[in-house]
Design a protein around this ligand. Sequence first.
Ligand SMILES: O=C(O)[C@@H](O)[C@H](O)[C@H](O)CO
Ligand SMILES: [Mg+2]
Length: 382
Amino acid sequence: MKITSLTTYVVPPRWLFLKIETDAGIVGWGEPVIEGRAASVAAAVEELADYLVGKDPRRVEEHWTVLYRSGFYRGGGIHMSALAGIDQALWDITGRAHGAPVHELLGGRVRDRIKVYSWIGGDRPDQTAAAALAAVERGFTAVKMNGPEELQYLDTRDKVERVVANVAAVREAVGPDVGIGVDFHGRVHRPMARVLLEALAPYHLMFVEEPVLSEHVDGIADLLRASATPIALGERLFSRWDFKDVITSGVVDVIQPDLSHAGGITEVRKIAAMAEAYDIAVAPHCPLGPIALAACLQLDAVAYNAVIQEQSLGIHYNTGNDLLDYVVDPSVFAYSEGMVDIPRGPGLGIEVDEDYVRERAAVGHRWRNPVWRHPDGSVAEW
Ligand SMILES: O=C(O)[C@@H](O)[C@H](O)[C@H](O)CO
Ligand SMILES: [Mg+2]
């Protein structure tokens, strides 16, 4: 079997899909994207296609190794995301060639389903609390919300109180049994991270995410190690080599590699194994589309330390299309009791609705990250 072509589709809300075709008629799908840079990743995929066309798609590890190592320059968000989507599509083809789900080729599943969380939005405490209740009514047992908006190195107490009021309203609304993740989004600098973590401790959060940028965790390592609240991060790390200092630092409880950013199933499986050796859990990042989620679920099936899965159903900041729009049969993601089943079909386990993908690719998107400003005019982390 030989690869004959790679085709990318820029589709709303902000995603990029990849189709790899073979001379055997087997087609595989991947989702190589980094939010806000879809066109750059598409160009990287096109460049890597020169090597892949004519090769046997089933030598996934070999192709991954060539595309990672032989480029001389390593890593980076664009390259590792391109490689991630290619890796997913190659696994999809390989599974279909064997008539087996990817997780079976990886040794078989250690779980049947995995807990998921839903994003909740809202500017005011009453809105956020209502969004949390709506998520619980839809069956979710865990939610994730934003922490502070723009925050200066040293900022005022009212900003802290606003975050606390928001989180308190959600905890009050959902009770003690629902997991609440709070995403600081790397917006918070060291001094305010310290203040906020302490202020949020009484609400017994599931985790605080990116309390500071990953590159600054060493600056508050003692505080994070001592924190009663579990610390999660990793959506902006792209390889084993990016993760190794974070994993060995002892400051992180949950890593969040993204299967569409960090080299795909092949690489994240290795990252998960590294984390397991340090008793660190994995919660794959995925505010993306159905192919990315399907890839995550194949990994969740085989990684013992996978603990909860992000998924984008109804996510408030993805507008234009939702998670289930691009699959032939939306029930392939079987949600129940706050969990989703591991799809058992061949390959990644989902059937992509190609006609609809073409239709939406004709619309495309130019999604860009917003540029936020502090009151003094300087740029703020989004
Ligand atoms: O944890 C999350 O899902 C967010 O941090 C998103 O990755 C971010 O808004 C970019 O899409
Ligand atoms: Mg995040």
